[in-house]
Write a protein that binds this ligand. Structure first.
Ligand code: SF4
Length: 355
């Protein structure tokens, strides 16, 4: 524990959400934003988006008062837009119910989008509350330290990790060693998992806790945790219609709030669980098959779906779009567009439709 905390104090990466104020503490709002952004997104990508987001929404109140469309736009490029909507809802609830972000993990956990891990991370790292945290990194490190051959991500595994983590947090809180505390211990464990005890080829030679690591002593660091069982993703088929009017404007529509890609902008799109023929695409959009051209297919993976995308150009304006808007390509940056949709717009055939 001492070696981990000392290592973290020296080796911690210099990240903008780790800055401390004059009181020596982290800012809880910055921690909240970073924790939500870092879920399922690489640090390098979050680093590009974190400061612009904070400049636009510098306080919890500013975020709470913002329009959802604007929040989604500032989230563009981070993916998993449900997190942006949850963060926005969380800010509103925190302001309404607590007059700001609460400090205790039990209160934080009542807010939309904050699970046990995120609430514990903010409460322990910012406010030094002795609560444990378990994410994928912590899980892997704990399993290897204890030499536990369990499968990653399973309920049984997570339960064991929460229990073990709670025991260690208690020790950290009770420790009299200089520099050992709950915040440094929790974050040190996460950092170790992120940069040293990585999923593949952990750098055991550089590990500050290898003398306490059972997996390393047994030479089983590459075999623990046991690999997750693979689940097959369901396919989703999208037929996207790229239409540009004689003035060069492109027809876009906004998806309904909630659900997959909720609230994001897209070209008129037909979704199906089965493959869609060109005739079906033409019928759905109310154009002739001879008006469709430039079929460009690509595949896009989400957590649960394998999305097969076909981008058509159309020489006619479709009849199904009820809520569409004609947008100048130069204005795409002002809209909340997911990465899939950016690819659709980049690959869209360019002939202009006849009105
Ligand atoms: S010794 Fe290796 S396997 Fe053990 S905690 Fe350190 S990096 Fe992970």
């Amino acid at each position: 524990m001492r070696s981990l905390c000392r290592w973290f104090a020296k080796a911690a990466r210099d990240l903008p959400w780790r800055e401390v104020g004059p009181d020596g503490r982290r800012d809880a709002y910055r921690s909240l934003v970073s924790e939500i952004m870092l879920q399922q997104t690489q640090v390098s990508r979050v680093l590009e988006k974190f400061e612009p987001f904070l400049e636009r929404f510098p306080t919890l109140e500013a975020l709470a008062n913002a329009d959802e469309d604007e929040v989604l736009t500032m989230w563009s490029g981070l993916g998993y837009y449900r997190r942006a909507r949850s963060l926005h809802a969380c800010a509103r609830q925190a302001v309404e119910r607590f007059g700001g972000l609460p400090e205790r993990a039990s209160d934080l956990e009542t807010l939309t989008g904050l699970g046990r891990y995120t609430a514990g991370a903010i409460a322990s790292i910012v406010h030094h509350e002795p609560v444990s945290i378990v994410d994928g990194n912590v899980e892997r490190v704990l399993l290897r330290l204890e030499g536990k051959p369990l499968q990653a991500g399973q309920t049984k595994t997570r339960n064991w990790c929460w229990g073990r983590s709670a025991e260690l947090v208690k020790k950290a809180e009770g420790s009299r060693s200089v520099g050992v505390g709950v915040a440094g211990f929790n974050e040190g464990l996460m950092e170790l998992g992120a940069v040293v005890c990585t999923p593949k080829s952990p750098d055991c030679g550089a590990c500050p806790v290898r003398m306490h690591c059972r997996a390393w002593r047994m030479g089983k660091q590459d075999a623990i945790p046991l690999p997750k069982s693979r689940t097959t993703k369901k396919p989703l088929f999208l037929a996207c219609l790229f239409v540009q009017n004689p003035d060069g404007l492109v027809l876009l529509e906004q998806r309904p709030k909630g659900g997959l890609w909720g609230g994001l902008w897209q070209v008129p799109t037909l979704e199906s669980d089965t493959r869609v023929s060109k005739a079906r695409v033409a019928e759905y959009f109310g154009v002739a098959t001879t008006d469709l051209f430039g079929h460009t297919p690509f595949t896009h993976e989400t957590t649960h779906r394998s999305v097969r995308v076909a981008v058509y150009g159309s020489r006619r304006i479709p009849t199904v779009t009820t809520d569409g808007r004609w947008i100048e390509p130069a204005g795409f940056g002002e809209l909340a567009l997911g990465s899939l949709q950016r690819r659709v717009l980049e690959s869209g055939p360019t002939a202009r439709a006849q009105v």
